[in-house]
Design a protein around this ligand. Structure first.
Ligand SMILES: *[C@@H]1O[C@H](CO)[C@@H](O)[C@H](O)[C@H]1NC(C)=O
Ligand SMILES: *[C@@H]1O[C@H](CO)[C@@H](O)[C@H](O)[C@H]1NC(C)=O
Ligand SMILES: *[C@@H]1O[C@H](CO)[C@@H](O)[C@H](O)[C@H]1NC(C)=O
Ligand SMILES: *[C@@H]1O[C@H](CO)[C@@H](O)[C@H](O)[C@H]1NC(C)=O
Length: 489
């Protein structure tokens, strides 16, 4: 630029007035851009200078995370936008229907149970259950898996059969089995994150690494339930019958869905709150260390032990009713803290159980599921799971003291939920000379409902052990972590 400004060089161009004019305009433009740049630079310096002087810079960095701006209520996905398709078998209907009654909300939830043939239905049940439908005949489809049963074809077609009902105002089709328990509030909350106008296939894998290898890591396991957005379900309906014909060797219904999703090119969006529960025994370890995501479903209710002691399976799930009613988003959410004086670690799985461990365990240990369950091949070895696990206990003294939900009350004035937990487990045979949790007969947990829990970035709640005011009762406060609050002693 400085060379072009040289008057000697400019003289050289005087032969043509036009060229001079052009060059002048050119120089002018360059000069202007330089000017603007300089002004911009000065302005920038000025603001940063002001920023330096801001006294706020000396106070701790603020990282408070506020709920993200939300859609107006009328645009947000609600329960009426979801249509359920529940795969059921007439043989097991009589007891499996009790699981559906636990979560089905008559006149609120929409959808159908799809059966292979007619079943008797009591008039008293009719009001409490979805309308039953009989799946259309699938005998024309080939089925060639040596071990599976061909009802897989029928159940995979429930999506298409539901689409063909041409129901109005549907955003999502949600599939599940007759032994799947849904927490519908959490399902709605989860689906609100996704644009129902796009193609979405949302669900979760199996807890068995080998199941995931044999079937697919790209597959939503049907019993855990999965959601298909409306336009994707429509696209699937158009091709599903042709697609099913191409995979006669597949085992079940969910692998048939996944095969068609692969043809449609739609990947699985994994949401860990759907629980296939391909495990045997006591699911306690998985539930007590639930991932930081809303609990959407539980499956294999006949295979796993009742989730509360001394109850049958249906009663045990009923026990979750109050926590779900008062604060569904917080259900099973874990928080970890210590009782400093007694050197105990406490883990709260809100609305479900509290554990007290002798000694100090780090958060990274306690947030890992304890292997209270067997894997799909009825073994306890850790390498069968596609996630980290830890042993339930190495010796009697390290076995946690487990308190299960006993009752739930809501204090309107304080806007606080009190959940109480008691222990039924026998005292361990432990001779450690340290403060003994057998003295605790009840744990009381205070928590405010948090309707915005999942509108923020995921984070575990914090818990704080309160000074003891009554003999034998451990009082704990659970809630949003305060500034600088971490799990440390
Ligand atoms: C759900 O949203 C629709 C608008 O899409 C609204 O008309 C309806 O009242 C809402 N239903 C519930 C149960 O909130
Ligand atoms: C559902 O709605 C129907 C018709 O509006 C009504 O007769 C029935 O009592 C309702 N059922 C429940 C459980 O509210
Ligand atoms: C799945 O994998 C396991 C372990 O590799 C194997 O033993 C089993 O036969 C497989 N099952 C099926 C249904 O393919
Ligand atoms: C819950 O249990 C506590 C302690 O036993 C008792 O005082 C309270 O009345 C119970 N509340 C309900 C609603 O059952």
């Amino acid at each position: 630029m400085s060379t072009m400004n040289n008057p000697k060089q400019l003289e050289h161009f005087q032969s043509s007035w036009n060229i001079t004019k052009l060059v002048t305009i050119f120089i002018f433009l360059i000069f202007m851009s330089y000017l603007f740049y300089t002004i911009g630079f000065l302005a920038y310096n000025n603001t940063s200078h002001q920023f330096d002087k801001n006294p706020n810079i000396l106070s701790p960095i603020k990282y408070q995370i506020e709920p993200i701006p939300k859609l107006p209520l009328e645009q947000k996905t609600n329960i009426s936008h979801i249509v359920f398709g529940i795969g059921a078998s007439s043989k097991l209907w009589n007891h499996r229907k009790e699981y559906i009654k636990l979560w089905w909300k008559p006149n609120i939830t929409r959808g159908n149970v799809w059966l292979d043939k007619e079943v008797k239905i009591k008039p008293s049940d009719e009001k409490l259950l979805p309308t039953l439908k009989i799946s259309s005949d699938t005998s024309k489809f080939k089925y060639k898996h040596p071990l599976g049963i061909r009802s897989g074809i029928r159940i995979s077609r429930i999506v298409s059969e539901t689409v063909r009902l041409r129901l109005e105002n549907v955003r999502w089709f949600v599939m599940g089995d007759d032994d799947t328990f849904f927490v519908t509030e959490n399902l709605v909350k989860l689906l609100q994150k996704y644009d129902h106008n796009g193609f979405y296939y949302i669900g979760s894998n199996s807890e068995s690494h080998f199941q995931n290898i044999n079937f697919s890591y790209n597959m939503a396991y049907g019993g855990g339930g999965f959601a298909i957005s409306y336009p994707l379900a429509v696209a699937l309906e158009r091709m599903q019958d042709r697609c099913i014909e191409r995979y006669p060797k597949l085992y079940g219904s969910d692998d048939r869905i996944q095969a068609c999703m692969a043809e449609l090119g739609v990947p699985l969006t994994i949401e860990k709150g759907f629980h296939q529960f391909d495990v045997y025994g006591n699911a306690f370890g998985l539930l007590a260390a639930h991932p930081v995501t809303p609990l959407v479903s539980l499956h294999h209710l006949d295979l796993i032990e009742p989730i509360f002691p001394n109850m049958n399976r249906v009663q045990a799930l009923q026990q979750l009713k109050e926590p779900i009613k008062l604060d569904p988003y917080g259900l099973m959410q874990q928080s970890i803290c210590y009782v400093k004086n007694w050197v105990w670690t406490v883990s709260v799985s809100w609305g479900y159980a509290v554990q007290i461990f002798r000694g100090i365990f780090s958060a990274r240990d306690i947030e890992m599921p304890a292997r209270t369950f067997l894997n799909w091949y009825r073994r306890v070895d850790y390498n069968g799971f596609p996630f980290n696990t830890r042993p339930f206990s190495r010796n009697a003294c390290q076995k946690p003291f487990v308190f299960h939900l006993f009752n739930t009350t809501y204090d309107v004035a304080a806007n606080e939920i009190v959940t109480r937990y008691v222990r039924v487990q026998p005292n361990p045979n432990c001779k450690w000379k340290m403060e003994d949790p057998t003295q605790i007969h009840m744990v009381e947990v205070y928590k405010k409902p948090d309707p915005y829990l999942w509108d923020k970035s995921p984070r575990r709640n914090c818990c704080r052990v309160q000074p003891r005011n009554e003999e034998g009762i451990l009082v704990i406060d659970v809630g949003k972590c305060r500034e600088d609050e971490v799990v440390e002693l």
